[in-house]
Design a protein around this ligand. Structure first.
Ligand SMILES: [Zn+2]
Length: 315
């Protein structure tokens, strides 16, 4: 099996939310005593602050991005940690005596000795400690969260583009949170062909698409996300939503709605699943439009650099 086939998808909004909830519940209010970075500097866009301890106030999420809010308990200055999970990044709560798992790139030690670690075997994820949220390079690439965007803004953004609706769903600047797995599921539920263009959608269709997106993402959050590949939540549990996929990974099987056959096509180097009978193209076949680079966030060298030090993580 080709590598791309084994890892065609990245954590999406439900997986990020499934990570966020236990981290925020477990660590909010606790003091961060130290932050140790691993040797792969490309992951760390900026280094952790020297100032310690910092109190974790809350962990929030925009799309697939996690944002940790910290406060210096002495000066009341605010600090931020922004985490983009990339293809396979995850956060794990590590008990005090447990050794670091392989591919650990950041270890946060809290009062009481518990650690929160960032693990990323493929190293496409990025960590950033911006001085302000508005200075974040990661957040600058994000549009409004798909669960929060207004119906009007969604319609305007979707229908002014000549790109395909599937490409638009994956464009994190248009609205953030959807990746490869849920794009197929959402379009199937909305009965919209992935090959139609954004500007061809009616008001009713765009509203229905947004409604289906929210239904599916919220169902997936309730199920703990989709454990297609290696996804675990921060307590190490696998998700269950993959059992409810109607089209993703179902090529050649019978459509649960019409008894037709689910198809799989390669689209922009990703697998796309749909039912040609339920998701009809309207009018003439439309040529694919080259995608704008929704994932164009090239690995960048740290501007500030890190002191060379022996890292404690076992790789
Ligand atoms: Zn069908």
């Amino acid at each position: 099996m080709r590598f791309q086939e084994r890892f065609p998808s990245m954590p999406e909004l439900p997986e990020a939310e499934t990570l966020r909830q236990p981290i925020s519940a477990h660590f909010a209010g606790k003091l961060l005593l130290s932050a140790i970075v691993g040797p792969h500097k490309e992951i760390h866009l900026t280094p952790p602050p020297d100032r310690m301890p910092l109190q974790l106030m809350v962990v929030e999420r925009i799309g697939k991005i996690l944002i940790f809010f910290w406060e210096d308990p002495v000066s009341a200055l605010e600090y931020y940690l922004v985490s983009r999970l990339g293809m396979a990044g995850t956060w794990l709560i590590l008990p005090p005596d447990e050794p670091y798992p392989s591919h650990t790139h950041l270890s946060l030690t809290f009062s009481g000795g518990e650690r929160l670690i960032y693990k990323d075997p493929r190293r496409f994820g990025r960590l950033e400690w911006p001085s302000q949220k508005t200075n974040s390079r990661i957040l600058a690439e994000q549009g409004p969260d798909i669960l929060c965007i207004s119906t009007e803004e969604w319609h305007q953004r979707l229908t002014r583009s000549s790109r395909t609706v599937r490409t638009l769903l994956l464009d994190q600047k248009l609205a953030s949170g959807i990746g490869n797995i849920y794009a197929s599921e959402i379009l199937f539920r909305a009965r919209i062909s992935p090959f139609r263009k954004g500007r061809g959608l009616s008001r009713a269709e765009s509203e229905n698409l947004l409604g289906c997106a929210r239904e599916i993402l919220e169902e997936a959050i309730s199920s703990g996300g989709s454990s297609i590949h290696s996804f675990r939540d921060s307590a190490g549990q696998t998700g269950e939503y993959q059992r409810r996929h109607r089209v993703y990974g179902q090529e050649g099987r019978t459509c649960p709605t019409c008894q037709g056959t689910i198809r799989k096509v390669r689209d922009q180097n990703r697998s796309l699943f749909y039912c040609p009978a339920c998701q009809k193209r309207k009018g003439k076949l439309q040529a694919e439009v080259p995608p704008e680079s929704f994932a164009a966030f090239p690995p960048q060298e740290s501007e500030t650099g890190f002191p060379d030090r022996v890292h404690p993580f076992s790789h």
